[in-house]
Design a protein around this ligand. Structure first.
Ligand SMILES: [Zn+2]
Length: 284
């Protein structure tokens, strides 16, 4: 999965005292576009020694012991550098997995800082906390922490037919062309178990039982924390697909499961476990 980057280490603990060093890595974002060096076989990010006047950059995290920072000003792309969309970099596959995990994590933080420049309560310019990774309003004291949106991923298994329910997203959800599992965001006031049951019912019309937690995954683009469950279908196997969310929902045998083209997602790991007959035992 995307975050499994050993032996590399991304330490996301915030250090308010961290200062830019000559070898610090700089993440210059313009939206989801990231400044990279040109003409490298692998994606390479600029170092602080290549730029002037970036002492006041925001500390993001350390990567293999090197500090990574978010400068306030973004330079124009110039000789030797180009802005590249991190979603395109992911698809073209010329970046290592540890780079992609660092880039997606940095992007989430960059986006969070950029949309919290003003207090949502009173409109005053916000400032960064000097103690922790937080943005505070100097007038009313409103305090904001990085946004994390929990979302469930649900592998529904029919134990009698030995099949799994796979879906393909509708165009309104990005028309991702590969098979996926039922997934959706947790609502306020809802347990994760209730989210799983509701999303499965909304998208497929099926009831579930024997919900079994598997793993979680931080997922970079829309602030998700994916929480994966295996479960059994309960009662009728007849699918009533929500066409606003899905364009396909089918029961497939282990042989028929077609994995996604990369190993980044928790969804793909769960699909592959079923395909290989290695899914966790689901207590009934
Ligand atoms: Zn305020």
């Amino acid at each position: 999965m995307l975050q499994e980057i050993a032996p590399h280490v991304l330490n996301n603990q915030y250090d308010p005292d961290a200062k830019v060093q000559q070898d610090s890595i700089l993440f210059f974002f313009r939206g989801s576009e990231l400044l990279c060096k040109k003409n490298e076989d692998e994606i390479v990010l600029p170092r602080a020694s290549e730029f002037k006047d970036i002492e006041d950059a925001v500390y993001l995290f350390s990567f293999d012991g090197t500090g990574c920072f978010l400068p306030h000003e973004t330079p124009d792309a110039s000789d030797g550098y180009a802005y590249r969309d991190i979603r395109v970099i992911r698809k073209t596959g010329n970046a290592s997995q540890h780079f992609m995990f660092a880039a997606f994590t940095a992007y989430q933080l960059s986006h969070w800082y950029s949309v919290h420049r003003f207090c949502g309560h009173c409109g005053t310019d916000t400032i960064r906390s000097e103690e922790e990774r937080a943005i505070v309003c100097p007038v009313c004291g409103q305090r904001e922490y990085p946004k994390i949106a929990p979302a469930v991923v649900v592998a529904i298994i029919d134990p009698e037919a030995d099949k799994i329910l796979l879906t393909k997203y509708a165009a309104s959800r990005g028309a991702y062309p590969y098979y996926a599992l039922v997934a959706g965001f947790n609502e306020i006031g809802e347990t994760l178990e209730e989210t799983a049951a509701r999303e499965v019912m909304e998208e497929t019309g099926l009831e579930i039982e024997d919900l079994h937690y598997y793993k979680s995954q931080p997922w970079g683009i829309v602030d998700d924390l994916m929480i994966g469950f295996f479960c059994h279908v309960k009662g009728s196997r007849e699918i009533h697909m929500d066409t606003a969310e899905l364009r396909e929902a089918v029961w497939l045998s282990r042989d028929e499961v077609i994995p996604q083209p990369d190993n980044y997602s928790l969804t793909n790991e769960m699909m592959c476990l079923f395909k290989d007959g290695k899914e966790p035992c689901i207590a009934r």
